[in-house]
Design a protein around this ligand. Sequence first.
Ligand code: R5P
Length: 337
Amino acid sequence: MSGSPLVFSGSSNRVLAEEIAKRLKVQLGKALVTKFKNEETRIEIQENVRGSEAFVVQSICKAPNGNGVNDAVMELLLMIDALRRASASRITAVIPYYGYAKQDKKTKGREPISAKVMANILKVTGAKRIVTMDLHAAQIQGFFDIPVDNLMAMPTLCNYLKKEGLYDDKIVVVSPDAGGVHRAELFAKRLSSSLAIVFKRRPEPDVNEVAEIVGDVEGKAAIIVDDMISTGGTLDKAAQAIRRRGATRVLTVATHGIFAGEAVEVLENSEIERIIVTNTIPFEDSASHPKFVQLSIAQTFADAILRITTNRSVSELFGDDLPAADLSFVPETAAVG
Ligand code: R5P
């Protein structure tokens, strides 16, 4: 393999891809990403990639240009195929938000396992490695027979909270459901705080009810930690229950701000004081919503890409030996628009 990494971008999160490239001190690779008149995705790599280490940055989410989630998948696959046929040596799919992850098992008969379908098509198309962040379920890594680097937004989110004075016994970290307990434990450890757990029921998809809270939230600022915010229902209901139990404030941090349907309105009208997400998914008008904060995780992806190209450890980026209270580090808020 020769030279610096080549970083290409689909249309779903070009702002993040540009920021990653900037931090790697490279230009984004030249590529045409558009549609034919019949709505089929049209891709053309417009520079020599022979023998190169190529990275395609594409979140599986809606794009600011109106393209849908499925367009994002197709762009990613066709870019990988074009790079493979143009003799790139190794192609890494950088998927900041790995969509289609919620269906990672059959919960009843005759359902697909969509996360596995995604893994299959990525591999068959020619991806040799996946770099992603905070997979909905860590075991999705096992759906791949190629290396998967599942990066974490936790250091960036924790640094923000520390900078805001939200750590130690002033706060309680709350998992909004049983599935998120491990993630919440990591945050609690890093923030030297206690932990509480909300148990929720999902009577049907995208609808949830709080069943019980375990742990003490009274008199504390509660920080609800989640991997993704979709309809906002989970956080809205959890925040109401936590406040009823005597928490003085409720803030939330999540890696992926999907904000489907009326989510922004739901959260704006909720008990939640601040909603902090990263820029794995574009949130174009975040500036006009004062309750929302978007932090950039471009540096984490740039660091991972650099380490991959130089065969250094990626997990070191998230080790316990990282400064636990690095108050000097201020995450940059994401570029908007
Ligand atoms: C659930 O397992 C996830 O971690 C999130 O809590 C959930 O997907 C959020 O969805 P919504 O915002 O629609 O409640």
